[in-house]
Write a new protein. Structure first.
Length: 403
């Protein structure tokens, strides 16, 4: 299948080459890390002064590379003395003690290195242990709304945004097509059950699989709601699943480490401090979330999905994201990037005076001059400005590259 450019990532990677650091592409399974690595390989090939050593441990031709010794030998045999050397390794976790080779190559400054790995072994925590101070992580998310339109060769429309919120942004959906809903359901369930959750069960040697399944279902149904480990434990006990708040926290950490969900902390806007409880959780892919709760086109879920989509897009734009608290009111998101701060409320439709009062009124409580937005699916493409608060359509917001 033809590779489709994902410039938001390839530009980042190419910009960071030559800095003396290993580039590690992390992310949930099936979000396209391998394809992005191939895109980088194709770009580097365009320069005849580049020598590219590409290893894909999923392919038979590289099965002889089993450990750091055979890995080092293969690289040494293919290094060029006359060209710029680049080492690209896909699924590096399948090479035993790979970090020994990478450290040696980096110490000798022999080549630029880009690696990917599956969630079962290569995660942020492991990379910090294996390659402390030697790497930079680029986190790959599933397709943005703009990428979704490009991958499926469709135009921006109300139907397109509905499909995106419903089916999510895993790149493989392009091969399936957006109309075969049964096939998509089967694929998403396979990714979630066979690949993602199986990874977690094997990696953490989980015995209580019922607890894991019920926990992820509970979080799926409560995205965007502040919840505590204690409240989750009480709910699970009501379902006759014996656990503790400590056990729940452990399982949540497994889901976060595998990039299935993200924990978002609450921030006291007035007191300028983080709260240590009642975090919110959002999924890294909307399609997987919907597959878990099997909620195609359910109106009751649209508000949650919009909020999750806004969160993911803020992450794509490079923001650190928090939930805001001011007095007794909540701000859906505080997004910060270096000296930039923005406040965002996300809602389905501004269909009533009460909704308008809540969404705009909460933002008016914030007395600083940072930008403030209300994002909704109202059919409004000309931005309106209400005393400094900008109302923007979700479809437009999700196609912005920055704010």
């Amino acid at each position: 299948m033809e590779l489709i450019e994902r410039k938001s990532y390839t530009d980042q990677i190419l910009h960071r080459l030559g800095k003396g650091l290993i580039i590690a592409l992390t992310g949930q399974r099936r979000v396209g890390k391998s394809s992005i690595l191939k895109l980088i390989q194709n770009t580097l090939k365009q320069n005849s002064n580049n020598n590219i050593i590409y290893i894909n441990k999923d392919k038979d031709e590289f099965q002889s590379i089993k450990d750091n010794v055979s890995f080092s030998n293969h690289v040494a045999q293919n290094l060029s003395k006359d060209k710029n050397n680049y080492l690209l390794v896909d699924e590096i976790q399948n090479i035993q003690s790979f970090e020994l080779t990478l450290r040696s190559l980096q110490a000798d400054n022999e080549c630029d290195i880009i690696i990917t790995g599956s969630n079962s072994r290569i995660l942020s925590s492991e990379l910090s242990t294996y390659l402390s101070g030697r790497y930079i992580e680029i986190h790959i998310l599933s397709l943005s709304y703009s990428e979704f339109l490009t991958f499926h060769n469709i135009n921006d429309s109300q139907e397109s945004i509905t499909s995106y919120l419903d089916l999510g942004g895993l790149p493989q959906l392009r091969a399936i097509g957006l109309n075969d809903i049964d096939f998509i359901d089967s694929y998403l369930q396979d990714v979630c059950n066979t690949v993602v959750l199986k990874d977690i069960v094997e990696r953490y040697n989980i015995r209580n699989i019922t607890l894991l399944n019920n926990l992820i279902e509970f979080i799926s149904d409560n995205i965007g709601k502040p919840i505590s480990a204690t409240s989750i434990a009480k709910y699970l006990k009501s379902q006759r699943i014996d656990t503790t708040a400590y056990g729940v926290l452990n399982y949540i950490s497994y889901l976060c480490n595998s990039f299935i969900i993200n924990k978002v902390k609450r921030f006291d806007i007035h007191g300028k401090r983080l709260f240590e409880s009642n975090e919110k959780y959002y999924f890294e892919d909307l399609g997987l979330r919907n597959s878990i709760v099997k909620s195609h086109h359910h109106v009751r879920d649209i508000e949650k999905l919009i909020e999750n989509a806004v969160y993911l897009h803020l992450r794509r734009m490079g923001f650190d994201v928090y939930v805001g608290q001011i007095r007794n009111a909540e701000i859906d998101f505080i997004a910060q990037k270096r000296s930039q701060t923005i406040y965002i409320q996300a809602t389905y439709l501004l269909a009533s005076e009460d909704t308008i009062k809540r969404e705009f009124g909460n933002l008016r409580l914030i007395k600083d001059n940072y930008p403030k937005y209300v994002i909704s699916l109202d059919n409004l493409f000309d931005e309106s400005n209400d005393n400094g608060i900008i109302h923007m359509n979700l479809r437009k917001f999700l196609q912005l590259s920055n704010l």
